[in-house]
Write a protein that binds this ligand. Sequence first.
Ligand code: ZN
Length: 844
Amino acid sequence: MAELTRFYTMFQPAHYDIFLDINREEKQFTGKATITGNAREQLISIHQKNLKILSVQADGQNIPFTIDNDADAIRISLAKAGDTKVTITYKADLTDTMMGIYPSYYTVDGVKKQIIGTQFETNFARQAFPCIDEPEAKATFDIALKFDEHPGEITLSNMPELRVKDGVHYFDTTVRMSTYLVAFAFGELQGKQTTTKSGVKIGVFATKAHQANELDFGLDIAKRSIEFYEEFYQTPYPLPHSWQLALPDFSAGAMENWGLVTYREAYLLLDPDNTALDMKQLVATVIAHELAHQWFGDLVTMKWWDDLWLNESFANMMEYVAVDALEPDWRIWETFQTSEVLAALQRDATDGVQSVHVNVENPAEIDALFDGAIVYAKGSRLLVMVRALIGDDALRAGLKNYFATHQFNNATGADLWSALGDASGIDVGAIMNSWLEQPGYPVVTASVNDGQLVIEQQQFFIGKAQEAGRQWQIPLNSSYETAPAILTAKKVVLGDYAALRQKNGVPFRLNVGNNSHFIVKYDKTLLTDILDNSTALDSISKLQLLQDLRLLAEGKQVSYVTVAPLLLSFADSHSAVVNTALYQVAGNLKKFVTPDSDEEKNLKAFFNKLSAAQVARLGWKAKDGESNDDQLTRPYVLSAALYAENADAIAAAHALFTANSKQLAALPADIRVFVLRNEVKHFGNDSLFDKLLEAYRQSSDASYKADISSALANTTDANLIAHLIEKFEDADTIKPQDLRAWFRSVLANKDGQQAAWDWIRDDWQWLEKTVGGDMEFTTYITVIASIFRTPKRLAEFKNFFEPKLETPGLTREIKMDTKVIESRVELIEREKDAVNAAIASIIE
Ligand SMILES: [Zn+2]
């Protein structure tokens, strides 16, 4: 790999004129890029990838150049340094990689169609036009597009279209921005528009494969999000419009291109009449996330990719802040606890995990930075911790200054801390450095020793680890004022426990509200006190107890045997967040049983016991006016009843299927997946399988498609599994963007696991070729590691992946995931007899 030099140090562009002529028919495009800028040296380099460079001119003269593909570079020798105008003509292929300029495929009324869109983050703008493809190299852009156009097509970009002349679409000059945020798209699109209070045009666009009303929800959330941020940031939205575009082929979830945000269809469009509440919440948070970036990321951008967390952690916090303001009844911060917090605590406990802030140079490793559990989930949790520490007023005042100082420019983490520090009077940077620069998090042990209440911090690990003596500055949020606001020492003695208990009148607790990134291990005295008073606990505290105990059990600091009985004591809760946590923990017990064993039978009986009263209370159909909590709880208890093979549940699901067999998509969306899965599993045959697979191919409703996928992948029939796996590489049936979900489901199915595992090993090269350059590629390995649990699979995993350890971008993931499986195998070996005995005694 060539030495990496930042090209921006040699050449600093101020403005780009880009003309592209795209031919979909021939899957090719030609381009001309004129870059006006300042050459700091006579020899400059400009990024390009997979472009065939035809000519290079500087100030109107042809000049010599060489291509260095290893460095993604055009090396240009100028006559002299200084202000210059470089013009490059080139041509390139359109590829189906979901990067650069790429086609998305879809079908309307049986006719195959495509729209062209772009994905330039992290460094794929260089596949569309020569540029200094680094976030710091901000410039203005004039974009002109020509293509094999036919009537009825719409063309979109970051800025409004100014005019069309001789078939060329000219867009208004952009503000100063990074290359990775440039975007455009065209095709037969439908759109809906509205305007914010401040006059920003808001639009949602999609292919005509969708019903027009599928655009409404996204439009409403987008409009209100922009209005919310203008008010919260006290900084106007910087562009004339904010377009949201759903692309049929999309690798990540969504992309915050400035003024033209692109989304997976599943994360923007939804059927307003039949979509589960949790799906609506997900779509709203994705939109709010991308729109948070329009300021934080787009207006002010990280200087280099090492500060990617600045973008992502912040947007990931703001999506909850915004949605909580837009839809207070959803209590979306509870969802934060069961999604982001859980993901962060789990992954951050494995030794070898990256810190939130990571130094990085190599382009392949830049993509591997996008570790969802760390850069997004942990990062946002750390910012939630800061928000709790300084309060919203200081946060908003600090942000306002941060935007005013750095707008249309770049910033680092230190710039943010100094803005928040100035606004709050708290040295935020000093506290946050211990969290951002170090991987992992602490477990704080609280115990009563010789009558004294003592707290002590130590890094928490799941699996084999090297203790490195790390310490954190921990906002404790204790129920006792005696505890310091921020624990900086390793160990603190708080005083006589009996006297403190008497004085405070409530159990001793830490991390009340669960906003700090640590878990608590209470000794028996303290835990018993909390549990004896658990009726007084709010939902988040109950979730926290379950979550922390489960993690401690994974880390072998307590036995799983202590966790299982606790589940029953919370099983009749009416709180969705408690039920979510409860079934997440219960699901973790499945790893201790072998398929079709007596132990599995007992565990199923345990699930039945957990869920029976709730199934009776909630039923299969939503009641008029029922609470959000009930709506969100129903899927968990029905899923548990079906896992338990409860005969009534199986019959009820079958009856629902039969009654709706002509219009399966119309089954209530929150229970549809269970009905379909139940049918395939217990009443499945070839014709049902074909019928569902055909419905999958025909439908453009992402929720329904996900339900069918989950159902089909659950078949117990070996022939049908083989048939499905053939479809893995058939993009007309399973789009590459959806393949990982399919693979995961088949791999998780005991009857499909061997075939799916064989497939990925046999066809790894195909997979690498198809999605290998993609930001999401490493998550295929994560998926495998989340499922494997036997010594045999561990050995096979190592056999296959260890030779790939040197592949750039895969190294950390392979090491991490090996540890994840190893620790699971060890845990099962150590705990399974005790856990299974405990389950057996509970169900008696
Ligand atoms: Zn983001």
